[in-house]
Design a protein around this ligand. Structure first.
Ligand SMILES: [Zn+2]
Length: 208
């Protein structure tokens, strides 16, 4: 079997071995998602078409995500949530994520910052150099209406950057290893993800 040059396929292949039990489906094919779309559409018109999400073992990819060149990064983001839930347990994960639904929500903010941070370092590993622009945009997203304003933008920026630094294996992670911001499962998930991203990027360069 030859290794795939397609990043999405390669990531799915690895995740299915390392973190089995998830499935990926089109968001609009789910009645539950269509129902949620009516409610959450009040807060964010982009929610149905643009926001992908994971719920229990299913990752729901939005239409825009599937058409986007960012699809592998979106998959990484949602897998990060899947792996976090597996590690902390569903009850704890969802209670932390949902409460408080409005106003500042530390746990929801941290769960999202973690997923965005691994997206950020994966993008960098894949050869993109606009990470400051991406980081600013991510901080705006995490602190905005899609997540019901759980944290201030400046704080989101700081946390994503801190987590992204810890997620890079070259940084050693010694200080951050197993901290509450960047727990062990997260650093392992980052390491496995970045390995695939780096390998695919190298293969694509070699083919050029
Ligand atoms: Zn998320």
């Amino acid at each position: 079997m030859t290794a795939s040059n397609n990043l999405t396929d390669s990531l799915l292949e690895m995740y299915q071995v390392e973190y089995p039990g998830f499935k990926v489906i089109d968001k609009e094919s789910s009645p539950l998602m269509r129902f949620l779309g009516i409610i959450l559409g009040i807060f964010s018109k982009r929610w149905m078409d643009s926001v992908s999400m994971s719920l229990l073992n299913t990752i729901y990819l939005s239409k825009n995500a599937r058409d986007s060149t960012s699809l592998p990064l979106i998959l990484i983001h949602e897998m990060c949530h899947f792996v976090e839930r597996k590690n902390v347990g569903s009850w704890r994960f969802y209670l932390r994520y949902i409460f408080p639904p409005f106003g500042k929500s530390w746990y929801r903010a941290m769960i999202e910052c973690r997923a965005y941070a691994i997206q950020l370092v994966s993008k960098e590993k894949y050869g993109y150099l606009d990470n400051e622009v991406t980081l600013v945009r991510m901080a705006k997203t995490v602190s905005g209406p899609i997540y019901l304003w759980p944290i201030e933008e400046k704080a989101a920026y700081h946390f994503i950057l801190t987590m992204a630094r810890a997620a890079k294996p070259s940084r050693g992670c010694l200080l951050d290893y197993g901290s509450s911001l960047t727990p062990v499962w997260y650093l392992e998930f980052s390491r496995k993800t970045l390995k695939v991203v780096g390998d695919v990027y190298d293969r694509q360069l070699a083919d050029k």
